[in-house]
Design a protein around this ligand. Structure first.
Ligand code: GUN
Length: 291
């Protein structure tokens, strides 16, 4: 079994980006600037956004974190988005999801100017992605592609099973794994809450990408020998033995599944750090597109 070490690969990518930024600085060019909006006080979301901002510092980007209260109205958030769209100093920005229930997520995503949509969530960018056009690829699927590529995991002609159909991971991932090219060229099955006999499907998979959010869901009995396992799950589970009072648990029963798999991502240290690295990459692209 080979571990797909997202922590290490994401460090490599951040070093590559930092080197690009150093070159920009040496030439007297403006460095990329990422902004993030977070609405409310969800602990996990605050942690993720904090990590994104910290990663900006690490590679030499400028960053701006905008915290808005949980009572923020949709109008107020749309006003802030308009400001960021019009601010030439900001190259790209994200609105951390999920949003409080009084705010329509689709309206918010559609308000982000596509040229600054480094999450790749705007329908224009999502459509371009689906049509193999050059665009921002959502950071988590982009990170998974990058991991597969850097470990030279073969995908052509393979059967990829994606568990989950979220707009952030499952849906784009299923499109990307089926597209022409590498990684890609695989035959994709998407499973979701209404899928029957899921074990019958997962046990035929050469590659399983699980983005479900149910701790330890995927068991060894559900996979075939030498399957490639990508675990996108990051659920917080109460644990008194840790300092924070919780631990992060993936969708995959790692202990048993890893004995059968050919490649597997750990949680933490697999897909999570890759997401952040690829958001930085998209921001670098957004900066370069402006020139
Ligand atoms: N919430 C969970 N993942 C993401 C992401 O990649 N981007 C944003 N904006 N929100 C998220």
């Amino acid at each position: 079994m080979q571990l797909l070490d997202g922590k290490k690969v994401s460090e490599d990518i951040k070093n590559e980006i930092a080197a690009e930024v150093a070159k920009m600085k040496a030439k007297g060019e403006k460095v990329p600037h990422l902004a993030a909006i977070i609405v409310g006080n969800d602990g996990a979301s605050l942690t993720y956004v904090g990590s994104k901002v910290k990663a900006c510092e690490r590679v030499g980007f400028e960053s701006t974190l905008i915290k808005m209260p949980s009572t923020t109205s949709e109008t107020e958030l749309l006003k802030k988005i308009k400001e960021l769209n019009e601010d030439s100093n900001i190259d790209g920005f994200i609105v951390q999801l999920p949003l409080p229930p009084q705010i329509d997520t689709q309206e918010v995503i559609m308000a982000i100017h596509p040229s600054k949509d480094v999450d790749g969530f705007h329908p224009e960018n999502f459509g371009k992605m689906a049509l193999d056009m050059s665009t921002f690829i959502p950071a988590t699927p982009f990170g998974i592609l990058e991991l597969l590529e850097r470990y030279n995991v073969q995908t052509q002609g393979k059967h990829t099973v994606v568990i989950g159909r979220s707009h952030i991971v499952g849906r784009p991932m299923s499109i990307l794994m089926g597209r022409k090219g590498f990684p890609g060229n695989s035959t994709v099955t998407v499973t979701h809450t209404h899928t029957k006999n899921i074990t019958q499907i997962t046990s035929q998979a050469d590659i399983i990408i699980s983005a479900l959010g149910v701790p330890n869901y995927l068991k060894a009995e559900m996979i075939k020998d030498d399957a490639v396992i990508i675990d996108v799950g990051i659920t917080r589970v109460a644990d008194d033995t840790t300092e924070k009072g919780y631990k992060i648990v993936g969708d995959v029963d790692f202990e048993n599944v890893s004995k059968k798999a050919s490649y597997i991502t750990p949680v933490p240290g697999g897909v999570g750090p890759m997401t952040i690295a690829m958001l930085l990459k998209n921001t670098l692209i957004a900066r370069a597109n402006k020139k």
